[in-house]
Design a protein. Structure first.
Length: 267
């Protein structure tokens, strides 16, 4: 996996004596439509299901290289489709509420040359440190030993001029580099959102889907598409399953990434 900007990024600017362009200059690559969708979708899903606010994603208005990772869909080391070969794209299966009917977006892996430059392959977008975030139960989680204390919270939630602060009810969406008119439209929509609750996040997820549907919506995908694409699902059954677990917490020492059931920490 690569870092979003290829550097770790520190608090130093070119006015500081120890400034080193190699480590202190963040250089973000623009997000293609499918990459921007992933970036916003992940934030909204975490809020809608876990009431979790991702923090420490931006430093001085640019994406943090050590907290945002990218990996090409064509990466040789990536576990691809069952039949072998790289993923041909990402398929979003979305059902807002029971019996609403499933609808689909398809983002192809191969990106043509456009306003972002040369043709390339779409990337998976990863949030690398979800523990650097905030949730109403966070003090309880820390007290139970299910989550370590995060020293960065105050710097992200109060403006101490170190460049990490982000308004708590806003998505990380401002200052993003994107490709094309749709990306610009989505960023403008996202930067005006105010997400105060799980319900707000669920409503925003549906709006996000609708923004992309005219350009990337497809009818029922073929079995070949289902087998050759990475599939993201949002439907009542998936949400109910996720809502009973905190997927980032261990429930035993043998499986550090397995779900922690809610009743393990609710007492």
């Amino acid at each position: 996996m690569d870092l979003m900007d290829g550097t770790l990024g520190r608090f130093l600017s070119d006015a500081d004596a120890g400034f080193d362009p190699l480590y202190d200059t963040l250089v973000n690559s623009p997000l293609a439509d499918g990459e921007l969708f992933q970036f916003l979708y992940a934030q909204l899903v975490l809020k809608a299901v876990f009431d979790w606010k991702v923090l420490d994603v931006m430093l001085n208005g640019q994406l943090r290289g050590d907290n945002i990772g990218v990996r090409s869909l064509a990466s040789p080391g990536l576990d691809g489709p069952p039949g072998g070969g790289p993923f041909r794209g990402i398929l979003i299966a979305f059902e807002a509420f029971p019996r609403a009917g499933r609808r689909y977006l398809r983002f192809p892996a191969d990106l043509a040359a456009d306003s972002c430059g040369a043709a390339r392959t779409m990337r998976f977008i990863h949030f690398l440190d979800l523990a650097q975030g905030f949730q109403p139960e966070i003090n309880h989680l820390v007290a139970k030993g299910l989550l370590g204390e995060c020293v960065l919270l105050s710097s992200c939630m109060e403006d101490d001029i170190l460049g990490r602060y982000w308004p708590p009810h806003e998505l990380y969406c401002r200052d993003l580099g994107v490709c094309g008119a749709l990306g610009e439209k989505v960023v403008d929509w996202g930067r005006h959102l105010r997400i105060h609750s799980k319900a707000d996040a669920r409503e925003a997820l549906q709006q996000l889907f609708e923004l992309y549907y005219p350009q990337y919506g497809i009818e029922n995908p073929t079995e070949e598409v289902r087998q050759t694409h990475a599939v993201y699902e949002w439907n009542p059954e998936v949400v109910e399953t996720l809502s009973t677990s905190y997927v980032f917490l261990p429930n035993n020492s043998d499986s550090p990434h397995s779900p922690c059931e809610m009743d393990e920490w609710s007492a």
